[in-house]
Design a binder for this molecule. Structure first.
Ligand SMILES: N[C@@H](CCC(=O)N[C@@H](CS)C(=O)NCC(=O)O)C(=O)O
Length: 343
């Protein structure tokens, strides 16, 4: 099955002998207010293609909700289980994305570059009129939603990447990326004991540091939600469901770390975060697609999700989740997470 995170550059697959290496996003055009790459910010022009299983894509799903870009940028949700042609629109009744008219995300990649040999990944932003992929640059997409799309933000949208805090946000996010977001993958796909142990240690060392930071402050940087919180949340919310078991990051469970568990619940219960999470998609994707590390494809029944909705008391630390702004309204009709994926 090719539906796996690809490793490029050294010719090894993610399951090769060397340690797991995440590929660079190949299509890195930017959609900007001034349109300098040929892709100007515009309402109803672009379609965000995601999997709710994917932590990198989930960043964009959350940002789109927090910023109120749902009307301006439509969203396609792929089947969490890829086949040998990768991401597909089999959740739609006729197996085709209703806006792009395609059955596989690879068709948008092909229209952009014929014969592109790399992996087909989400998140992907597709130009609706031409059907061409614009970008799959997961590190950039959310920063641009926050800073280039401001003309189309909802009233009361938060500033997720405030100018005066950018150096600090970038520094925190660099550690989160290396040791947490990608660290769990390095542990999960390690094929040698030492590589696994090093990666797993990185994960928990960084999580402990982040827990100390968050013990006395509600959010990672400043006193409002920023891009850094989105990036930590997308790994934490998957932790007990897939990273603890499937990826062997099992020194402790999220639910056993009082600070991070309360922090994650606080965000989960904030409009725009938990209402985008589909635990059913998350579990089926990881356990069924990564057959190299779970050959039976069996999806475990647990964990019990009810704790996600319990009181977190983090408001006692102060903080203003949306700064001067307001929370987003309800999820758009048709974009609700099905009951099977919710706590
Ligand atoms: N674009 C990046 C990151 C995004 C990413 O890894 N997305 C995963 C899902 S979580 C994906 O689409 N993997 C499918 C594949 O690489 O075939 C990459 O190529 O590594």
């Amino acid at each position: 099955m090719s539906g796996q995170d690809h490793a490029k550059g050294d010719g090894n697959s993610a399951y090769g002998r060397k340690s797991f290496q995440r590929s660079q996003s190949h299509f890195a055009d930017r959609i900007t207010a001034d349109g300098r790459d040929g892709w100007p910010v515009a309402a109803h022009r672009y379609r965000l293609v995601v999997s709710r299983a994917c932590p990198w894509a989930s960043r964009a799903v959350i940002s789109r909700r927090l910023l109120g870009l749902e009307a301006a940028v439509s969203m396609a949700v792929a089947d969490p289980v890829q086949d040998d042609r990768s991401w597909r629109f089999t959740l739609e009744p006729d197996g085709r994305d209703p806006v792009l008219g395609i059955r596989f995300l690879s068709e948008a990649y092909d229209r952009r570059e014929t014969g592109y040999p790399g992996g087909v990944s989400v998140p992907a932003v597709v130009d609706v009129p031409s059907g061409r992929l614009v970008t799959n640059d997961y590190q950039r997409i959310t920063l641009d939603l926050a800073t280039e799309w401001t003309a189309l933000h909802r009233e009361g949208a938060p500033d997720l990447y405030p100018e005066p805090l950018r150096d600090e946000i970038d520094e925190v996010m660099a550690g989160i990326y290396a040791d947490v977001n990608n660290g769990v993958y390095r542990a999960g796909f390690a094929t040698g004991q030492e590589t696994y142990e090093a990666a797993c240690s990185d994960v928990f060392r960084r999580l402990e540091l982040l827990a100390s930071r968050l013990a006395g402050q509600r959010y990672l940087v400043g006193d409002t939600i920023t891009e850094a919180d989105i990036r930590l949340f997308t790994t934490l919310v998957r932790f007990d469901a897939v990273y603890h078991g499937h990826f062997k990051c099992n020194r402790w469970k999220l639910t056993e770390n009082p600070v991070l568990w309360a922090y994650a619940r606080d965000l989960f219960q904030t409009p725009g975060f938990g209402d985008t999470v589909d635990f059913d998609h998350i579990k089926r994707h990881y356990y069924q697609v990564h057959t190299g590390i779970n050959p039976t494809g069996i999806v475990p029944l647990g964990p019990d999700l009810r704790g996600w909705l319990t009181p977190h008391h983090r408001q006692e630390l102060g903080g203003r989740p949306f700064g001067e702004g307001t929370p987003p309204g309800p999820v758009r009709p048709g974009e609700e997470v099905p009951a099977a994926g919710r706590p």
